[in-house]
Design a protein around this ligand. Structure first.
Ligand SMILES: [Zn+2]
Length: 106
C-alpha cells in the first residue's frame, strides 16, 4: 500500500512528538504515516476515515509539543482537484499540477 491512501493530516509537531503520536495511534489500532521533518515540524497522516478517531486519540494522550490539525485545516492539505496529499507551503500539486498556491501555506 502506498502513502497515497494516508491523505488526512491529523497532527504537526517536532520529531519527538511525531514518535509519541505514532505510538498512541498504533496502540489504538489506527495506521498512520509521518513525514520526516526537514526543518522543525513534521506531519502525521492517517486514512480519511480514521481522521476523527485519530484526533480524539491524540487529544487523549497529547505529546509535549505540536498540535492536532483539525478537519477543516486538513482539507487545505489535500489537492482540491485530485485529493493528493500536499506538503506544507507547496504551490503546485505534485500529482496533477493543479495550482494550490493560496492559501495553502500556513
Ligand atoms: Zn492534484
Amino acid at each position: 500500500m502506498g502513502n497515497s491512501t494516508f491523505q488526512e493530516v491529523v497532527f504537526t509537531g517536532p520529531a519527538s512528538s511525531l514518535a509519541h503520536v505514532r505510538k498512541s495511534l498504533e496502540s489504538a489500532g489506527i495506521r498512520c504515516r509521518s513525514t520526516k521533518p526537514k526543518r522543525a515540524e513534521g506531519l502525521v497522516r492517517v486514512q480519511r476515515e480514521d481522521g476523527e478517531p485519530a484526533r480524539t486519540c491524540i487529544r487523549n494522550s497529547p505529546p509535549q509539543h505540536g498540535r492536532v490539525i483539525e478537519a477543516n485545516e486538513a482539507a487545505w492539505l489535500r489537492c482540491p482537484k485530485c485529493e493528493a496529499a500536499l506538503s506544507l507551503g507547496v504551490r503546485t500539486c505534485a500529482v496533477c499540477g493543479e495550482d494550490v498556491a493560496d492559501p495553502h501555506g500556513f
